[in-house]
Ligand binder design. Structure first.
Ligand SMILES: [Zn+2]
Length: 168
């Protein structure tokens, strides 16, 4: 790899980190609502066009995952159900529902913070984003700001356990 390729790659990595930080900000919003802190942003032409965070309990809806919320907003913005020139940034590996919707929307590139070995469907339990049998496969980047993305979850669940102990 030449010097300029390496510079390009560094620039792309920096860009991914920058947008992942914005997804983390969304996760913090969920944290404040005592929701599992998962955040998502969707980027088009180097600009964030939609944001979302987990609101499952707050809205009493199984559909209110960070990714679906952001996708709904992004579709409204681009006036299309396809999100073909967008990149999605998510702090945690998507579940089967969201991974399915990502493929349906034909999102070309998905950037993931931390993996979810027990429920993730971008390589952990399944890899719905990259199945040859479907008509669309995503390019997937894993482990961007992994420490920060898993730390916010670890803190959340630790706090939850401590609170439960207090009320016992
Ligand atoms: Zn989901």
């Amino acid at each position: 790899m030449g010097l300029f390729d390496r510079i390009d790659e560094m620039r792309d990595a920096k860009r991914d980190e920058k947008f992942m930080r914005q997804a983390l900000k969304q996760a913090e919003k969920a944290y404040k609502l005592k929701e599992v802190p998962i955040g998502c942003v969707i980027v088009q032409d180097d600009r964030v066009i939609a944001r979302g965070y987990n609101r499952r309990n707050t809205d009493k809806s199984v559909l209110m995952h960070a990714e679906l919320t952001a996708m709904k907003k992004a579709c409204k913005k681009v006036k299309d159900w396809r999100l073909e020139d967008c990149t999605m940034y998510i702090t945690l590996e998507p579940c089967q529902m969201c991974a399915g919707a990502i493929v349906q929307a034909r999102i070309p590139r998905v950037v993931i913070g931390s993996m979810n070995p027990k429920a993730g469907c971008a390589g952990s339990v399944l890899n719905i984003l990259q199945m040859e049998q479907f008509n669309h496969q995503c390019e997937v980047e894993r482990g961007v700001l992994q420490e920060e993305c898993s730390e916010i979850l670890t803190n959340f669940f630790r706090e939850l356990r401590e609170e439960k102990k207090k009320t016992r």
